[in-house]
Design a protein around this ligand. Structure first.
Ligand code: AR6
Length: 166
């Protein structure tokens, strides 16, 4: 079973095997955590992403970490929130599951996630945190998983779900 911890901070500072990027389907870089990861990794990350020819929502693809203190970056485009009836919950769960699969395939022991889809993509925080925690806890692999909350509201939402369902 994957073990789970929560920290507040900047995911680009995470030291371990892998970080997950809340990407877009073009893998062309953008704002939010994606922009921060690209800035910290350097321009080679953009070149590596372009060679992957995009990624469907809920899937996950891997690049090296370049200047980041991790070996690999796992890029996963989360669903854009519409009203919840466009398979957003299933697609968000897929993001976590497929990212964890890529981590295992790439022999990772530690992987950090941001809160996928809850920024620019507008997924409501509380249901998104529930899905994230459930998907990670149910994933059967010896992985150390860190959730990195950038802001206090995200930290509090994750903490609430983690204590309730511990
Ligand atoms: N470390 C950890 N979390 C962060 C960081 C950071 N350095 N910076 C922001 N966050 P978002 P999305 C948090 O918008 O909703 C991009 O343009 C942020 O506070 O980054 O999945 C992509 O290219 C929020 O809690 O991702 C896509 O087009 C969380 O990361 C689109 O945004 C996710 O917010 C993806 O939108």
């Amino acid at each position: 079973m994957a073990d789970l911890r929560l920290i507040k901070g900047d995911i680009t500072k995470f030291k371990g095997d892998a970080i997950v990027n809340a990407a877009n389907t073009g893998l062309v870089g953008g704002g939010g955590v994606d922009g921060a990861i690209h800035r910290a990794a350097g321009p080679k990350l953009d070149a590596a992403c372009r060679k992957l020819h995009g990624c469907p929502t809920g899937e996950a693809k891997v690049t090296p970490g370049f200047n980041l203190p991790v070996r690999i970056v796992i890029h996963t485009p989360g669903p854009i929130w519409r009203d919840g009836s466009f398979e957003e919950p299933k697609l968000l769960r897929n993001c976590y599951e497929n990212s964890l699969k890529r981590a295992v395939e790439n022999h990772c022991q530690s992987v950090a996630f941001p809160s996928i889809s809850t920024g620019i993509y507008g997924y409501p925080l509380e249901p998104a945190c529930k899905i994230a925690v459930k998907a990670i806890r149910e994933f059967d692999a010896p992985l150390h998983v860190t959730l990195v909350a950038f802001d206090q509201a995200t930290y509090d939402a994750f903490e609430k779900v983690m204590t309730k369902t511990a």
